[in-house]
Design a binder for this molecule. Sequence first.
Ligand SMILES: C[S@@+](CC[C@H](N)C(=O)[O-])C[C@H]1O[C@@H](n2cnc3c(N)ncnc32)[C@H](O)[C@@H]1O
Length: 251
Amino acid sequence: MKFNINKIEQNRLYGELSHFYPYVIVREDYEPEASYWHSILKYYFPARKVKLLEMASGPGYLISYLSECVDAEVVDLSEEMLCQCGSLNPRVKCHKGDMRNIRLENKYDAVLVHDGIGHIDTVDGINDVCVTASAHLVQGGLFMLSPEFDADEFTKPMIYHVTRKTPFGLLTIIDYINKSSSNTNILQTTTSYILDNEEGTNFDFDSMTLGLFGANVYKTSMEKAGFDVTIDRKPKDSSGETRTVLIGVKK
Ligand SMILES: C[S@@+](CC[C@H](N)C(=O)[O-])C[C@H]1O[C@@H](n2cnc3c(N)ncnc32)[C@H](O)[C@@H]1O
């Protein structure tokens, strides 16, 4: 039987398969880098809690480790992800919207996009996210961008697999990630979820189309939107496939 990934529905992990999310991406994986983000925020805002907006927050795993130093609000496209975020972070205000065009009334000290910018797969889209970040920041505010992948570091197809005990049964996750054959700025992920329980073995499939850009593409978009940009590296045991981080200060 042939299997065509173009026929698989996209982003089901953020919707109908969102009950698998905590077993696919584990909250504890975000803990090692929390002290890195804490130190950046303390460096720029030494004396007080930071008013932070996270865009594409997912379930808010990272901010759950930053509650000591931030008063956070979040934006995400997915109601299911916002619901998980609200349960984990009860004091965080959640907004449903698209980070390319949402406009909230408030201004913030810092905007964070962490393991979320990959969902934007065109340079125009990245430009829009940077303009949205700028629109929500006070002058001197910080835009912190932490991409999942860096095109300069992605060399060959990747396979990731893990088996975890879940309340639904034994869940095996197999992820295949590769560049699109028709566009080198696109990564295609194909994921199989194999669930074993007393009802038998059930297969579910998901696919995501992600942007694959180098740090300089993000830097240029941020500069165009009016940021002074520094490229930094997260600690070795951080989440994501790259340690590249971009820090922009709104001029
Ligand atoms: C991997 S999660 C982010 C994880 C998060 N950094 C954490 O600490 O838990 C990526 C999220 O991006 C969201 N997303 C994708 N495209 C978006 C867009 N255009 N605007 C807002 N959110 C988006 C998805 O719904 C998903 O919840």
